[in-house]
Design a protein around this ligand. Structure first.
Ligand code: SAH
Length: 359
């Protein structure tokens, strides 16, 4: 096997500058390389025409640039595209392109599988296989931006694919810095939303980050008893702990924390639940995003009727809480929230997992 070379896809701009410099090269090549890799989607050094011929020949013997490969690209009738991506170790993840919401949005994974085990989420059934590296997280954006022809146009990123971003904190934040780099894709943190079950130490770290994405909290319930059933980490980080942390979270002017609330028929979707939600959020600059469940085999809940969803939303609106209902995009190709799952989970074979899910 070829000895493995340092992977440029894992390097922040300043690390690449240092790497080049220690090899006796000029730092400014790092900016050229970032422009090719991120802005033009070119990873083959031979095609980087503003580098000298010598450099084009030498770099491949010193560095690799690893990019997730597209194994499948499924299109939904609503324009949503689900990409099945393969990583260097053959593990697979999914990433989703959602057009016109009204922006273009990439929904990106941060882990292979997920350890949180939320009761209504298919990814949770896989267990955690491994963390993604920073290069693999940023690499999904490179691949999707190239595939959708958006390399030089603005897009949003939501960290709402597979995995819990605060459970892979360092790699996630490093990926955001790589995507933010001026000579690369220059993604503004205002265009990034990090969605989390609410791991309090992670939220406290996030509060001190210089590069601060928008925050979305997967709340889903209004009592600890209810929430612990749905989101097991609630045993450790209770509603009160999470909401206190949110109350103290530094927010930019006019910005708010999004609270995601998956509506499960007859479980957490009564007007009483809605009123409790209003009380819990008082004093927090909040907006609520209701997500009617995307049902799946093996998920022990149903999606409520549009009428029930409407009634819940109305209770919030009547009490001046900003509320929106998330449209389920790409349900026909299982690209919607909580429907991302790929073969080869940690605990059971894919066949076993599917058999369990189909019961
Ligand atoms: N781990 C992070 C991000 C991934 S999930 C988090 O939990 O926030 C993105 C959103 O989809 C979360 O709010 C999650 O609770 C929600 N979700 C998961 N399964 C779902 C399902 N079957 N139907 C609707 N939303 C779901």
């Amino acid at each position: 096997m070829k000895p493995s070379l340092p992977d440029m896809a894992e390097l922040e701009l300043h690390e690449l500058e240092a790497g080049l410099e220690s090899g006796g090269r000029e730092r400014f090549h790092a900016r050229q390389l970032y422009r090719w890799i991120y802005r033009r989607g070119v990873t083959d050094f031979g095609r980087m025409t503003d580098l000298s011929r010598t450099l084009r020949q030498q770099l491949p013997t010193e560095f690799a640039v690893t990019t997730p490969s597209v194994v499948a690209d499924e299109r939904s009738t609503d324009g949503t595209r689900k990409f099945l991506l393969e990583l260097a170790d053959k593990r697979r993840i999914e990433a989703v392109f959602i057009p016109d919401t009204p922006s273009m949005t990439f929904c990106i994974s941060t882990q292979v599988g997920c350890a949180m085990a939320c009761d209504f989420c298919l990814t949770g059934k896989m267990g955690l296989v491994r963390n993604l590296t920073a290069g693999e997280i940023a690499g999904q954006v490179r691949v999707l931006a190239a595939a959708t022809d958006l390399l030089d146009r603005p897009f949003n990123i939501v960290l709402m694919g597979m995995g819990e971003p605060l459970h892979n904190y360092d790699n996630t934040m490093k990926a955001l810095r790589m995507l933010h780099a001026e000579h690369g894709l220059a993604v503004s943190p205002r265009r990034v939303t990090l969605s989390t079950v609410g791991i309090v130490p992670g939220l406290e770290r996030l509060a001190r980050e210089p590069l601060m994405p928008n925050l979305a909290i997967s709340l889903h319930a209004t009592t600890d008893e209810q929430r612990t059933r749905l989101v097991p980490p609630n045993r450790k980080y209770s509603l009160a702990d999470i909401l206190d942390t949110c109350r103290n979270f530094p927010l930019k002017k006019r910005s708010r924390i999004t609270f995601e609330y998956v509506l499960l028929d007859g479980f957490n979707d009564t007007p009483e639940d809605a009123r409790r939600l209003v009380r819990l959020l008082s004093g927090i600059k909040a907006k609520v995003n209701l997500i009617p469940l995307n049902p799946a085999p093996g998920i022990p809940y149903d999606r409520p009727s549009d009428e029930r969803v409407g009634r819940f939303a109305q209770v919030l609106a009547d009490r001046h809480v900003t509320v929106s209902v998330r449209k389920s995009r790409g349900r026909d190709i299982r690209a919607a929230c909580g429907q991302l799952i790929v073969e080869g989970g940690s605990k059971k074979s894919a066949g076993q997992q599917m058999a369990l899910l189909m019961r």
